[in-house]
Design a protein around this ligand. Structure first.
Ligand SMILES: Cc1cc2nc3c(=O)[nH]c(=O)nc-3n(C[C@H](O)[C@H](O)[C@H](O)COP(=O)(O)O)c2cc1C
Length: 307
């Protein structure tokens, strides 16, 4: 069995720009997944969604779709095929209350009959396509999981990416690795493990494919290191942060760029010791130039946890 290393989709963080910059500087991810696109009755992608799928030159990118309507999913797959994509991911994990209330993301897991109807519609209309599923293990409780897994088992799912939390958990507590171990004994579908992989050692230790989200934002070289490569160096981190700030400033303006960079630092800060005061100051910056000065000082002077 081949083991692969994937970068998780994270709305607002693993954008088209992040993927390009991350791949160029650190590499290590065998696949990147876009944050979810929401196909709907308009049968068009929004401008922001179009950018997510238009700017992936040279990368292995899987577009992710969030819907509970098979017809919209099928429309999106065909539109994306016309753009050259050959693999597609179905989001059954999003825990957001507004999404789940519409029976989408982890919300659809609470309605097994609707889920089956949706999967029937997708797989009937798209024979032979590489369609993966990214799922949580239930909406309210993990007692739902055996029946959900039995549903998934009926379809030729290319990869079943399992984040062993339930929708109601949001991101609290620990991913239930024991439920993933149970899953391995109860399905022949190709599995990918996702959830709370924070170190290269943990990513390397798994004997199935793994996907990492927050851990890869905290340590952008996590997957490279898991494959035996080098840890992130300060020059690389400077280049990474500079390219992201420049790219976002050009694409969405300085204010929005500041927000994007703060969000990355929520996790990246975990890789530095003694950066607390600088980070508080960073949160108060109103100009990108001020942010940059603080970020550069942290990268140059604070101790990296892997050093
Ligand atoms: C800010 C944020 C945005 C996310 N956006 C998405 C998304 O668009 N699609 C998706 O399937 N999962 C999304 N996720 C979930 C992650 O892909 C991943 O499943 C989750 O963070 C657990 O993995 P980790 O512990 O490696 O981060 C998001 C998570 C966070 C924290």
């Amino acid at each position: 069995m081949d083991k692969h290393f994937y970068a998780a989709p994270m709305e607002g963080m693993t954008t088209w720009l992040w993927r390009q910059v991350h791949h160029r500087i650190f590499g290590g991810a065998d696949k990147y997944f876009t944050p979810f696109l929401s196909p709907n009755a308009t049968r068009t992608f929004q401008v922001k969604e179009r950018r997510e799928v238009a700017c992936n030159e040279g990368l292995n990118v899987v577009p992710q779709l969030l819907t509970n309507d098979a017809d919209y999913f099928v429309w999106a797959v065909k539109a994306l095929e016309d753009m050259g994509y050959g693999e597609f991911n179905f989001n059954l994990g999003c825990p957001s209350g507004t999404v789940a209330a519409k029976h989408k993301g982890s919300g659809l897991l609470g309605y097994p009959d609707e889920l089956k109807r949706c999967l029937d519609g997708i797989f009937d209309a798209l024979p032979g396509r590489r369609i993966s599923v990214k799922t949580r293990i239930g909406r309210h409780g993990d007692g739902e999981w055996p029946d959900l897994l039995a549903i998934f088992d009926r379809y030729p799912i290319h990869e079943l990416i399992v984040h062993p939390r339930v929708g109601k958990d949001m991101y609290r507590g620990q991913a239930r690795r024991e439920v993933f171990a149970w899953t391995r004994r109860h399905t022949a579908l190709p599995l990918v493990y996702n959830g709370d992989i924070w170190t290269a050692e943990d990513a390397a230790a798994w004997d199935v494919s793994v996907m990492t989200g927050r851990g890869l934002i905290a340590d952008p070289a996590l997957l490279r290191r898991a494959k035996g490569g080098a840890a992130a160096g300060r020059a690389e981190l400077r280049e990474y942060l500079g390219a992201l700030a420049d790219g976002y400033a050009a694409a969405v303006g300085e204010d929005a760029a500041l927000h994007r960079m703060w969000e990355l630092w929520l996790y990246l800060s975990g890789s530095f010791r003694g950066a607390e005061d600088a980070l508080k100051k960073m949160r108060k910056c109103r100009r990108l130039a001020d942010y940059r000065a603080i970020a550069e000082a942290v990268v140059d002077r604070c101790e990296l946890v892997w050093e």
